[in-house]
Design a protein around this ligand. Structure first.
Ligand SMILES: *Cc1c(COP(=O)(O)O)cnc(C)c1O
Length: 382
């Protein structure tokens, strides 16, 4: 018999972070650790080593943890790896891709944004053309799972194009690392960015960068920000057995170490990815049974977060729908696509397929607008 789900929080977070985490992860925060102490720094070192192990079995990689939300880690990479005479190409199809270009703009880094809009695939032809036309470009950046829509971008192909042209390859794998199997070495990624509160299922407070050691070693002195100096943070951790330069989020790091242990207990990334795929399948099949349509076709969807078109009824409001679902124990996410009315449902975190089945039931009960339209989600399900 499967154990009855007894969530600690009043609702399950079906958002792309923070996520619903296990009680055992949360319990690790009940200790106040010293940011300088050997016991704590040993935890940091083991976390760093584990992250590299999760990314690849190939030699030559290292990792560094950075305070702040995930965007701070993206900013630390963009601001620290591109030299003064460098230029960045950003392949974007959503908010997070555009955010990389926005960071470059803030930091006055020359860059070129290849923007395919939000529902189209990454424009690889345009990237190839740009790299052929503009030899000044030194770095290429792309988002793996574009959380705006849930679209999975072809990082293998982007990496092949970037590396064939001799460019440094940067991937924002924020919402996919730990939840989708990938090998940083096979994908030829130089810098991969993710954060504590996504697929590793920790709590928010820091991000991390996994990088080719050789690339990390050559970027000293390039940073445009003291707090976000990636090389300096890495060198400090390397030279002082895991010591952070400035106050580290000790509770969050301890919770993250527990989350890494729980990822291992689950059977590693392959097992976690299988669970996320089950969650996603239960969600999409259930929603389609209720009459909802997905924004993306199946081939481009990630098993992380899914965008659904809002019901066309004039009586529908996201706010009311959200409130009804929250009262039933689920929190969903508004849409972020500018030219389509959508809402999003995430399925990562300590969430099981049975939770998604309960969600579908709750959504079926929350289609309050269905009486007033002819072809209603409720009637479709009945
Ligand atoms: C969550 C996320 C980020 C970072 O978001 P923060 O709110 O700064 O933690 C960046 N890129 C992607 C693709 C994400 O999903």
């Amino acid at each position: 018999m499967t154990p009855i789900a007894l969530p600690e929080s009043p609702y399950l977070l079906l958002t792309p972070g923070p996520l619903t985490t296990t009680a055992s992860v949360k319990r690790r925060m009940m200790t106040d650790a010293c940011t300088w102490d050997d016991d704590y720094n040993n935890v940091v070192q083991q976390v760093r080593a584990r992250l590299v192990e999760l990314a690849t079995s190939a030699p030559g990689y290292t990792s560094v943890l950075m305070q702040g939300s995930g965007t701070a880690s993206v900013e630390s990479v963009i601001g620290s790896v591109i030299p003064e005479d460098g230029k960045l190409a950003v392949v974007a199809n959503g908010v997070y891709g555009r955010r990389i270009a926005q960071i470059a703009q803030y930091l006055r880094i020359p860059h070129h944004l290849i923007d395919a809009g939000e529902t189209a695939s990454a424009d690889l032809v345009a990237l190839q053309r740009l790299l052929a036309e503009d030899p000044a470009i030194t770095h290429v950046a792309v988002v793996h799972c574009e959380t705006t829509t849930g679209m999975l971008n072809p990082i293998e192909q982007v990496g092949r194009i970037a590396r064939a042209a001799g460019k440094v390859f940067i991937v924002d794998a924020m919402s996919s690392f730990g939840g989708i199997e990938m090998d940083i070495d096979a994908l030829q990624i130089d810098f991969l960015i993710s954060s504590a509160n996504k697929c590793i299922q920790g709590v928010p407070g820091f991000g991390f960068v996994i990088a080719r050691r050789e690339r990390m070693a050559e970027i000293g002195g390039r940073a445009r920000s003291l707090s976000l100096d990636l090389h300096d943070q890495w060198a400090c951790m390397e030279d002082n057995n895991g010591k952070w330069r400035f106050t580290s989020p000790t509770h969050v790091v301890r919770a993250f170490a527990q989350a890494l242990n729980e990822l291992d207990e689950e059977g590693g990334i392959a097992a976690r990815a299988a669970r996320y795929r089950d969650n996603h399948r239960t969600l999409v099949e259930g929603m389609r049974r209720l009459g909802f349509r997905t924004l993306l076709d199946d081939a481009r969807m990630s098993p992380i977060i899914t965008s659904f078109y809002s019901p066309e009824s004039p009586d529908y409001s996201f706010k009311r729908f959200y409130a009804l679902l929250k009262a039933r124990g689920f929190v969903i996410y508004p849409g972020k696509v500018s030219d389509a009315d959508c809402f999003r449902i995430g399925n990562i975190g300590d969430i099981q397929p049975a939770d998604m089945a309960r969600l579908i039931e709750a959504i079926g009960e929350s289609c309050y607008w269905s009486e007033t339209v002819t072809e209603t989600p409720a009637q479709v399900s009945a």
